[in-house]
Design a protein around this ligand. Structure first.
Ligand SMILES: C[S@@+](CC[C@H](N)C(=O)[O-])C[C@H]1O[C@@H](n2cnc3c(N)ncnc32)[C@H](O)[C@@H]1O
Length: 261
């Protein structure tokens, strides 16, 4: 296992992300139901690929507790995927027997052994990186001929109602700014052959501001680039939280693409 090196650019935010996930790691497996469902969906898509991904090294980038890696191993068979993540507490939750793991900050790009990878999977992780599109371009470039990218990433169309409530309440939006789907799709299609692309919407019941915000904390996904809301601002947000309106849930870009043989 390689120890995480201190990063230069953007270190404070990536360390905050890691700390938040670390503190909530024990609850992640029971709380990350959406992530588990998306991992299964991505793995199912991979079973329909003809030809199957070539032989060679496979990895789950931002693997966390290994949901996607295990789903792929279970459905596709083959050697275990290398689990890469910057959060040791999440990697330690892995339930598979001694899988290959690497403590690694993906803001540094990929480790050298992933150049020429047969399969790179990543689910709900790219959005945490400093430059999601740039990293995604490097992931595409690292694939071997015929190698496969399997990606799920929440995008900017998420949480319309939360944005609306912040505007009404006159308080800053404190969620993570999510990447736009279209430039990510273009970055992939400029480098790989797209096999399947969907923008999926996952909505959730609207029980008000606090239960909504608590879902992020429950899995450690609450790190924000801005300051936290004060108690007064939180009260304002609760008071202006609409009972209905635009999408409250996630818009998730899910895609599978292949490097030309
Ligand atoms: C929401 S979790 C998703 C985990 C897993 N892929 C899943 O679907 O359950 C986001 C993951 O990205 C990881 N992550 C965030 N920033 C990272 C970075 N700079 N380098 C490596 N991993 C990172 C977190 O530690 C966390 O495990």
């Amino acid at each position: 296992m390689v120890l995480l090196e201190p990063t230069a650019a953007g270190a404070p935010f990536s360390q905050r992300v890691q700390r938040c996930f670390g503190r909530s790691a024990a609850a992640y497996p029971s709380q990350a139901r959406l992530q588990a469902a998306v991992a299964e969906r991505l793995a199912r898509w991979l079973t329909r690929l003809t030809p199957a991904p070539p032989a060679g090294i496979r990895a789950d980038l931002g693997a966390g507790s290994g949901l996607l890696a295990r789903a792929i191993e279970r459905r596709l068979g083959g050697p275990p995927l290398l689990r890469l993540d910057s959060c040791p507490e999440l990697l330690q939750l892995e339930t598979a027997a001694a899988p290959p793991q690497r403590l690694w900050d993906l803001n540094h790009g990929l480790p050298p052994e992933l150049q020429g990878a047969a399969l790179l999977g990543s689910s709900f992780a790219l959005q945490w990186l400093e430059q999601p599109q740039r990293q995604l371009e490097q992931w595409c470039a690292a694939l071997a001929p015929g190698g496969v990218l399997a990606l799920a990433v929440p995008c900017a169309g998420s949480f319309g109602l939360w944005h609306q409530a912040c505007r009404r309440a006159g308080v800053p939006f404190t969620g993570l700014e999510l990447p736009e789907a279209e430039p990510l799709i273009q970055a992939v299609t400029a480098r790989l052959v797209p096999l399947r692309t969907q923008r999926l919407r996952f909505s959730r019941p609207n029980h008000g501001a606090l239960p909504f915000l608590r879902q992020f904390k429950a899995i450690g996904a609450q790190a924000s680039r801005g300051p936290r809301l004060s108690r007064g601002q939180l009260r304002q947000l609760e008071q202006h939280w609409p009972s209905d309106g635009p999408n409250l849930g996630w818009e998730v870009l899910v895609l599978v693409a292949r490097q030309s043989p």
